[in-house]
Design a binder for this molecule. Structure first.
Ligand SMILES: [Zn+2]
Length: 279
């Protein structure tokens, strides 16, 4: 039995237990859960009629109304003002570092490729190839990784249409908060009570339980005690009740804890064995 097998077992058990999802297939998250959120100081949003100062004013409410309020998570976001202007941010292509076709197309595009960033950077963008339609409000891609850690993510508001600009202020804040969820490593939830639901829900003002579970999984408190969080993989923080959802029945917390202790012991055993072999 290898660590890879344990990883797969853990992933299988956790994947069947929640309705929330990850936006990548290896559970990547920012290290340490302290992340700065910037707005590119050179961004323009003429179609949406939003200034970059207005955009920056949405960041504080987005992080403080939503993500900074989770007591079971170590995540702490800072609204950090403006980041230096990137020349390709307003019209360039945004690609995942693993999407070779996108990168090749971006390099051939006269508007260029948006470079890898540190932390989270928000901007407007009017390259239609990034959005695939006017109904898409925004696109977010973690575009800088170090192993299994996210080092940077870019959030692009769709400025090929004015849909974002037509929203109320609180709905704009909800959209920014949803995209920050993607930037942090979360995918979509199929619970419409969740901020990470794939469609906007007007007048949302708090996270759903599913969002709380998802972010606590990626950014657990003290997760390296029983979970495998040093690899960003698993912790018990998320599995906390017996409710059911579209993702299937939740794993009872007690079983999770036993499983985590078991995995932790196994890991220790492997580490010791490895230590012996290589000393
Ligand atoms: Zn989304």
């Amino acid at each position: 039995m290898t660590m890879k097998f344990i990883f797969l077992l853990a992933l299988l058990l956790s994947a069947t237990a929640q309705a929330w999802t990850l936006n990548n297939n290896f559970g990547a998250a920012f290290p340490k859960g302290r992340v700065k959120v910037f707005v590119d100081e050179g961004t323009v949003c003429p179609t949406n009629g939003v200034t970059y100062e207005e955009l920056e004013g949405l960041v504080g409410p987005a992080i403080n109304t939503y993500w900074n309020k989770v007591p079971t998570s170590s995540l702490r976001l800072d609204a950090a003002g403006f980041s230096p202007a990137l020349s390709t941010i307003n019209r360039g292509r945004l690609c995942s570092p693993t999407d070779d076709d996108c990168i090749a197309a971006g390099e051939a595009d006269p508007e260029g490729l948006i470079p890898a960033v540190n932390e989270i950077v928000i901007a407007c963008n009017s390259n239609t190839l990034n959005f695939g339609g006017g109904n898409v409000l925004a696109v977010t891609i973690p575009n800088k990784f170090s192993g299994k850690k996210i080092k940077g993510s870019v959030i692009l508001i769709n400025d090929t249409s004015g849909t974002f600009g037509d929203l109320s202020r609180s709905d704009k804040i909800g959209v920014i908060a949803h995209e920050i969820g993607h930037a942090l490593g979360l995918g979509h939830s199929d619970e419409n009570a969740s901020l990470m639901f794939y469609r906007t829900v007007a007048q949302r003002s708090r996270l759903g339980q599913d969002d709380v579970d998802g972010i606590s999984f990626l950014y657990p408190i003290g997760g390296d005690v029983y979970g495998l969080s040093e690899d960003g993989i698993l912790s018990c923080a998320t599995i906390n009740n017996g409710g059911s959802g579209p993702g299937g029945p939740l794993l009872p917390a007690g079983i999770c804890l036993v499983l985590m202790i078991f995995l932790s012991e196994l890991r220790r055993l492997f580490k010791r064995a490895k230590g012996r072999a290589t000393f």
